[in-house]
Write a protein that binds this ligand. Structure first.
Ligand SMILES: Cc1ncc(COP(=O)(O)O)c(C=O)c1O
Length: 368
């Protein structure tokens, strides 16, 4: 385990030593951005640390309403709702939409927040092979007496693969299924305006696609959100036990979220810089023949057949003052992986240093 002794930027400090940091999910470098910090600090001064009540009782402040308005504008939806964590978003949607489906079809490598979010009285749960729409269709045909709901990550947290949402949506339409996308790693990143995986596939605004999103990754703040029609948002506020029964997001976090949405809009160059870094690193890793994935996202895995080699690569980086973690996570995976995550704030020198070391490793140990 890493014990951080600093904020997370392109460098971090662990035990009084400085390391180049290719980890975490601070894709746009906003987690330590001066504007977010300034807003969070003045928010604490004005509102304190916590409103100490749920949204429906006395926990709604003008700040929450401002953030929800900014999110609705960003997402081009008529309503938005923010809540305690991104992890809860899938649960909120799965519970709120429960009157519209009777069976759930899940990608087998989905993030744990997806199976965890299924209501306990839904017993028809089917896992389709990872990103495999043919298998999804087979399962939908086999269980055709059910009203289906399909749920997948938009960008997979360990591999950086983008779910084939265009194909999945075609299948969903054909079989009358609702589609939920967990876009934790796509918000602020994918699509022309950073609205996520549906926008990436020109499906932004398509009917019966719902997104569960977080402000804790690219947006550099914290907390989950759902943007949808006013009617769905009203239903969430009235029916979701998670929303009704949890304390509202704290003031500094909400203010940081507001600041982040504004920065996202005002500084598109952050995303351009991120993708320049991503494309370059992906290209170089591909040239070295490492086993990795190909979608252009900031999560770049290096796969190994042996756990020992994955751990050794991560340790080798650490000995050379770079953090690239070996990741063990509750997601179905038949390989071992070191996960490199890229940020808009990584410098050319840092990237060259990382790649040089990787090349040296490859020359000495090979790729598997
Ligand atoms: C795919 C996915 N969904 C949901 C979450 C949960 O989001 P949060 O950490 O903001 O609660 C994560 C975070 O790790 C994730 O990777």
């Amino acid at each position: 385990m890493f014990i951080l002794k600093s904020s997370i930027g392109n460098y971090i400090r662990l035990n009084n030593k400085k390391y180049s940091y290719f980890a975490g999910n601070n894709y746009l470098g906003l987690a330590n951005h001066p504007a977010l910090k300034k807003e969070a600090i003045s928010s604490i001064e004005k509102y304190g640390i916590n409103f100490s009540a749920s949204r429906g009782t006395t926990g709604t402040s003008e700040l929450h309403l401002e953030l929800e308005k900014l999110l609705s504008e960003f997402k081009n939806k008529s309503g938005s709702v923010v809540f305690a964590s991104g992890y809860m978003g899938n649960r909120i949607l799965l519970h709120t939409l429960q009157d519209q489906y009777s069976a759930v079809f899940i990608d087998e490598s989905a993030h744990p927040s997806i199976p965890d979010g299924i209501p306990s009285d839904i017993s028809n749960v089917y896992f389709y092979d990872h990103c495999n729409t043919e298998h999804l269709v087979t399962l939908l045909k086999k269980h055709n007496k059910q009203r289906p709901l399909i749920i997948t990550d938009g960008v997979f947290a360990l591999t950086g693969e983008i779910a084939p949402l265009d194909k999945i949506y075609t299948v969903a339409k054909k079989y009358g299924a609702i589609l939920i996308v967990d876009d934790a790693h796509a918000t602020g990143i994918l699509g022309k305006n950073g609205r996520g995986t549906p926008e990436h596939f020109q499906l932004d605004g398509a009917e019966y696609i719902y997104q569960s999103e977080t402000m804790s990754k690219a947006l550099g703040a914290y907390g989950g959100f759902i943007s949808a029609t006013k009617e769905i948002i009203k239903k969430i506020r009235e029916k979701s036990s998670v929303y009704i029964g949890s304390t509202s997001l704290p003031p500094p976090i909400v203010s940081a979220g507001c600041s982040s949405i504004k920065i996202l809009k005002q500084h598109p160059e952050l995303r351009s810089r991120l993708f320049e870094n991503v494309s370059y690193i992906r290209e170089e890793i591909k040239k070295m023949n490492f086993l990795t994935t190909t979608d252009n996202t900031p999560i770049i895995p290096v796969f190994f057949n042996s756990q020992e080699n994955a751990i050794r690569l991560s340790e080798y980086f650490k000995e050379n003052n770079i953090i690239v973690p070996y990741i063990k996570y509750p997601v179905k995976m038949d390989k071992f992986l070191v996960r490199l995550t890229v940020s808009a704030i990584h410098t050319k020198d840092q990237i060259e240093n990382l790649l040089e070391l990787l090349q040296k490793w490859r020359d000495k140990h090979g790729i598997s």
